[in-house]
Design a protein around this ligand. Structure first.
Ligand code: NAD
Ligand code: IPM
Ligand code: MN
Length: 344
């Protein structure tokens, strides 16, 4: 029996978590996957119940889980509050040492005509953003006074080396190309980043390494996104570039992710946030969460057939023209979820 800890969080979080768990349960029955769910307070929901976005019992449960599913956190009501839901997200990543955030970018055939990019630009797009998740400016000291502000960006060689190795290992199982993205014409952290990338590349002679500066990489992601196979970059650049990559399929609502440590439970979550603008309306696209469940089945449990079942059902549902509003359709969260389950 596998223990899955679920963190529904805020905004559309509970709506898409329900959808993800319904699909998960339907697949689990088909593949005879035995599991139990432990739902825990997190984010704004954690602040409301215990004053902290990552309550102690939530962290304790997460540490002993076989995998963690997280939907989304954040709400404008905490924008000026002393404690923010986002602190819980950063804390769980750090506490569980989830340094490797894998954000796949692929375009479902049925969504090709919905991409804001021309068909020839998105032809052949299939890449993975490997985002460093527990270092960099997110975790340096932040100082804010009335007249100045400071955020420290720090990376150790070992932090860079382990994320590089992860990226090269993933590339080895794909098209054997790593694009390392930095700002080495300005930043010391990026100079070290590039140096370690070169060193690690020597361990993977079958994989090609190229470097791109982040500003031009942001442009290439729109003009020639098919050139990427595995993109590896630091925490902040990865945050920004992965949201940019959601423009290729046309919406953040279809973007899943997996976060891994060296050992211990992995965490699976959409790359988007709590979408306060549509929360409570029942219209959020659940596909990001549902595909995160597929990543969990594959990465944490080796259940490839279950993962593929979900991915095929999602593609089939989209092909049938069942689309949520972010994709220009009229289906609501429940209708999309029911259709995906019917297509399993
Ligand atoms: P967001 O990702 O929540 O939303 C950006 C836009 O995308 C919105 O228009 C939203 O409606 C749309 N969108 C996102 N997911 C969607 C879905 N599944 N279906 C349909 N449309 C979807 O980003 P934001 O508005 O900048 O941030 C809102 C809050 O979420 C903030 O508090 C932020 O800190 C937080 N956040 C949390 C996470 C997380 O939990 N991992 C990630 C990003 C942002
Ligand atoms: C993400 C989010 C988070 C991040 C925020 C909410 C702290 O944008 O998961 O991409 O910046 O990592
Ligand atoms: Mn983000």
């Amino acid at each position: 029996m596998k223990k899955i800890v679920t963190l529904a969080g805020d905004g559309i979080g509970p709506e898409i978590m329900t959808a993800g768990l319904e699909v998960f349960d339907a697949v689990a029955q088909k593949i005879n996957f035995d599991y139990e769910i432990e739902a825990k307070a997190f984010g704004g929901a954690g602040i409301d119940t215990s004053g902290h976005p990552l309550p102690d019992d939530t962290l304790a449960a997460a540490k002993t889980a076989d995998a963690i599913l997280l939907a989304a956190i954040g709400s404008p009501q905490y924008d000026k509050a002393p404690v923010r839901p986002e602190q819980g997200l950063l804390a769980i990543r750090k506490e569980l040492n989830l340094f490797a955030n894998i954000r796949p970018v692929r375009i479902f055939d049925a969504l090709r005509h919905l991409s804001p990019l021309k068909a020839e630009r998105i032809a052949g797009v299939d890449f993975v953003v490997v985002r460093e998740l527990t270092g960099g400016i997110y975790f340096g000291q932040h100082t804010l006074t009335e007249n100045s502000a400071c955020d420290i960006n720090e990376y150790s060689a070992s932090e860079i080396r382990r994320i590089m190795r992860k990226a090269f290992a993933i590339a080895r199982g794909r098209n054997k190309k790593v694009t390392s993205i930095d700002k080495q014409n300005v930043l010391a952290t990026s100079k070290l980043w590039r140096q370690i990338a070169e060193e690690v590349a020597k361990e993977y002679s079958d994989v090609t390494l190229e470097h791109q500066l982040v500003d031009s990489a942001a442009m290439v992601m729109i003009t020639n996104p098919a050139c990427f196979d595995v993109v590896v970059t630091e925490n902040l650049f990865g945050d920004i570039l992965s949201d940019e990559s959601s423009v290729l399929p046309g919406t953040l609502g279809v973007m899943p992710s997996a976060s891994h440590s060296e050992s211990g439970p992995s965490l699976y979550e959409p790359i988007h946030g709590s979408a306060p603008d549509i929360a409570g309306k029942g219209i959020a696209n659940p596909i990001s969460m549902i595909l995160s469940v597929a990543m969990m089945l594959r990465d944490s449990f080796g259940e490839t057939a279950g993962a593929e079942m979900i991915e095929h059902a999602v593609n089939k549902t989209l092909t049938q023209g069942i689309l949520t509003r972010d994709l220009g359709g009229l289906a609501n969260t429940k209708q999309m979820t029911a259709a995906i389950i019917a297509n399993l």
